[in-house]
Each structure stands twice: as C-alpha cells, then as structure tokens.
Design a protein around this ligand. Structure first.
Ligand SMILES: Nc1ncnc2c1ncn2[C@@H]1O[C@H](COP(=O)(O)OP(=O)(O)O)[C@@H](O)[C@H]1O
Ligand SMILES: [Mg+2]
Length: 347
C-alpha cells in the first residue's frame, strides 16, 4: 500500500430516492503511484465528482475501501484529510466567504488547517503571486470572476502543503488563458514538488496533454486505463464525417435509412437538430472514400456541408468501451430526461 499515494478497491456508491436509484460509482479500483499526475476522464454524470468526494472523505461509499498514503478513508479520515488537498471547480466560489477578501479567506482556511500564521502568510503570498492573483488579494471575493474564485479555491487546497491533490474539474468555467495558467501550475506542482495529483476532467485533450496516466470512467465504471499515447491511438482509429442538411422531420427517417444502407458508413453516432437543420454524424473507415459516396447517396437533399470531423468525447468513449452506439444514443436520451427531471425537482 505504501508505494501508492491512492489505492481504491471496489469503491461503489448508489444514490437512492423514492423513485430512482443511480449507481454513480460502480466498483472502481485504481492505484495511483506517488508523484503521478493521474487523469480521470469522463462525460457529465460519469461519477467523477462522487468518486473524488469519497476519496476526500466527504461522502461514504456503499461498498469498497480506499487508502490515501496508506490511511483508510473509512477508519482514518482525519489522517486522510491532513494529507490531501481537495477542490471542486464546478461550484466555483461557493465554498468561499464572499464578503471577505481573497487574502482573508485564505488566512481563515489556513487557521482551520492549523497552519501557523507566519507560514500561512508566506505560502499565501507565494501562491497568490504564482497564480497572478496578488493584485486582487485585498478585494472582496464577491468581486472576483469565476476564474479568480477557482484559482482561490486551488490555493485554498494547498495551504497545508499536502502531498496529494484531488482536483475535481479545476479548469471548468475558466477562460482559455486562465485554464492554461492553471494547467501549467499543476504540472509544476507535480514536476518540481513531486505532488501526486488526481485530476478529473471531461476534456479529452486537456487530460491527454497533462497527465501521465489516464482512466476513462463512464456510467460509474472504469472502461479504460492507460497512457495518453494509448488513448490517442484508440481515438485516432475513429473517423467521423459530419453531414449538415436542411430537411423536414418526415424526411429524416429516409436519410437515416439511406445512410445506414451505405456500406462505407459504419454507424450513425448522433443526430442533432436545430430547427430544420440536422447535424448527422457517422463513423466511417475512411473518409476519402466515404465522403463522395455520402454526397452521391444524398443527392436531392439540401446539404449545407459534409466534413471530416474529430471524434467527440462521447464518440471516443464509445470506441474505447466498444459499446453499441445506437444503444448509447438511447442512454444519452434517458440521461437527459433524468437530468431534466432532477433539475425540475430541485428547482
Ligand atoms: N446527491 C445525489 N443524488 C442523486 N443522484 C446523484 C447525486 N449526486 C450525483 N448523482 C448522480 O450520480 C451520477 C454521477 O454524478 P457525478 O459524480 O456528479 O458525475 P460527474 O462528476 O462525472 O459529472 C449522475 O447520474 C448524477 O445524476
Ligand atoms: Mg462532476
């Protein structure tokens, strides 16, 4: 156990309500080495937040056990908390005091972590400078942008100088430039200070660029684990052609059938509609032969464009997981319905 910063064994979490039961995390087992920059990649609703909250002792799993630096999350949560820094990008600044300045927030949280005042002050100054927040240090958090709040949350997670960082979508909601700065900063924490980082994201390109090793999570299950190179190779095997056309609803079934019948089309991966414009994405073996044949087949329809396209994250997952695509289009629909129901129930 001691060789690993984070070990998870069969961690499982089920959310149950009156009329629903969601397996948010489904027997997740991972081993993350000391000093490793580890990415957990997955679409919305995959279980990333739930899993990281369990590791951070903020949620109790229904099944399974995990060890942080050798300490059990179930039996030694206090020891675990001393050794980790946790942050979540999604709620941005909600965990901060908006009527205090950035600096005062950080001093307050450092006190809660029992960091001596002088050490806290020094660390805070250095970190504010690093993340280019020093000019805003004395401003009220209320006046901060989302990006500034996220940076402050990140600093907050580092105040007790933990060896292990669990960062849940820390770049979510950041503008491009701030996201680059935060990524560079995290990479330096790993390279220069030897921190172990568990980083979650739904951005495949970000994870690929940043992480030493990646696990892909979908519907609570780990469906792939490997290096960025291995994942890239998988994804590059996938070729997508995107067809944009104007059609009446009644014509769509016809278009679908024609595409499905075409041997160069492996499958329709998604159909999106905006008014009378449809975006149909299909996977093909080779776009050079597929595009002319698609053009030929769809003669007579109002085609706006037919282009080669990069796989979306979901398409890449499907490729990696080997799930039948029609099936998962339906799942995606169900998930959307579920989410809609959840959000109407919760205001
Ligand atoms: N408190 C909760 N009650 C009910 N369902 C939840 C709750 N938290 C998360 N879920 C569900 O668990 C699944 C995983 O959610 P989450 O861990 O937030 O995923 P991610 O962070 O990857 O987007 C989703 O289907 C979500 O709707
Ligand atoms: Mg999340």
């Amino acid at each position: 156990m001691k060789d690993y910063a984070i070990v998870s064994e069969n961690i499982t979490k089920v959310f149950k309500g009156k009329d629903y039961s969601v397996v948010a995390v489904d027997h997740v087992s991972l081993k993350i080495k000391r000093g490793e920059f580890y990415g957990l990649l997955g679409p919305n609703g995959a279980g990333k937040t739930t899993f990281t909250k369990i590791l951070a002792t903020l949620l109790i799993p229904d099944e399974g056990e995990a060890w942080i630096d050798g300490y059990s999350i179930l039996k030694e949560p206090v020891e675990v908390r001393k050794r980790i820094g946790w942050m979540m990008g999604e709620t941005g600044g909600r965990a901060l005091y908006w009527r205090l300045s950035g600096f005062d927030n950080l001093m307050f949280f450092a006190t809660l972590q029992n960091v001596p005042k002088e050490i806290a002050e020094r660390r805070i100054r250095i970190l504010l400078k690093f993340l280019e927040l020093e000019d805003a240090a004395d401003k009220l958090v209320m006046e901060y942008s989302t990006g500034m709040k996220i940076k402050l949350m990140l600093i907050r997670s580092l105040l007790h100088n933990p060896d292990i960082l669990i960062l849940d979508e820390p770049t979510l909601g950041l503008d491009v430039e701030s996201a680059i700065k935060v990524r560079n900063f995290l990479r330096r924490l790993a390279d220069e200070l030897g921190k172990t980082i568990l980083f979650t994201s739904h951005n495949m390109y970000e994870v690929e660029q940043l992480c030493d090793r990646i696990a892909v999570i979908n519907k609570g299950k780990i469906i792939f684990e490997g290096t960025p190179r291995e994942i890239r190779e998988k994804v590059e095997e996938m070729k997508i052609v995107e067809i944009t056309l104007v059609a009446e609803d009644s014509k769509l079934a016809e278009v679908r059938e024609k595409l499905n019948k075409l041997p160069v089309v492996k499958e329709i991966t998604s159909i999106e509609r905006a008014g009378r414009i449809y975006k149909i994405r299909v996977s093909v073996d080779d776009h050079y032969t597929a595009i002319p044949e698609i053009v030929e087949t769809l003669k007579g329809y109002k085609i706006e464009s037919i282009l080669r396209s990069l796989p979306t994250l979901e398409e890449a997952f499907l490729k990696i997981a080997g799930v039948r695509i029609e099936e998962s289009v339906n799942n995606r629909f169900l998930r959307r319905m579920h989410r809609r129901r959840m959000s109407s129930e919760h205001g």
